[in-house]
Design a protein around this ligand. Structure first.
Ligand SMILES: Nc1nc2c(ncn2[C@@H]2O[C@H](COP(=O)(O)OP(=O)(O)OP(=O)(O)O)[C@@H](O)[C@H]2O)c(=O)[nH]1
Ligand SMILES: [Mg+2]
Length: 162
């Protein structure tokens, strides 16, 4: 588990207890042959405890979402560009080395050794008006789990339809 400065010792204890409860529940329901969705929900709840704070960045393509994240981290972690650049959802979390892994067709998992990421994982998303529309995954998987959603818009075109 990644140690954070955000939680107090007592809150860490509660988090550990909650994780144990989820594991017990997973074991307890196993003989009942639960649906895959239910098992997945428990696994996700456990994973969400690890990833305490999830910041999701959304907005149109070319709005500067990736640039915003790079500025936040003070390093060029994510590719930026004038054409639709971010093609998949990028889940960025702390790791001792910079790394990238294609989790599935829609999600790229990246690690980066920035201290900021020890406390907060960041989700960079493809622009909402890009040609390829793959927002279902985002709306279904990441927005409900997020603690903060930041909408980035360009001062050039602040109130477009999308
Ligand atoms: N002048 C200026 N350029 C910026 C700013 N923010 C981003 N850019 C540039 O605008 C372009 C688009 O930025 P990105 O960060 O790639 O935009 P994005 O929202 O991630 O775009 P997609 O990944 O395509 O959805 C890049 O060339 C950036 O370097 C800004 O505040 N000022
Ligand atoms: Mg981008």
């Amino acid at each position: 588990m990644i140690k954070t400065d955000i939680l107090t010792e007592q809150q860490e204890v509660i988090r550990a207890a909650e994780r144990d409860t989820l594991r017990e529940l997973t074991t307890a329901i196993a003989p009942l042959e639960p649906a895959e969705d239910d098992i997945q929900a428990l696994r996700q709840a456990e994973a969400d405890l690890e990833e305490l704070f999830l910041l999701v960045i959304v907005g149109e393509f070319n709005a500067g979402k990736s640039a915003f994240i790079n500025a936040l981290l003070g390093q060029d972690v994510l590719p930026e560009g004038v054409t639709p650049t971010t093609a998949t959802i990028n889940l960025l979390r702390y790791g001792p080395h910079a790394g990238e892994r294609q989790a599935d067709d829609f999600v790229t998992e990246r690690t980066y050794p920035a201290d900021f990421l020890r406390e907060i994982s960041i989700v960079d998303t493809p622009g909402t008006n890009a040609i390829i529309r793959r927002h279902e995954q985002l709306t279904r998987t990441f927005v409900p789990r997020s603690d903060l959603v930041l909408f980035v818009t360009s001062a050039d075109r602040p109130f477009t339809e999308s």
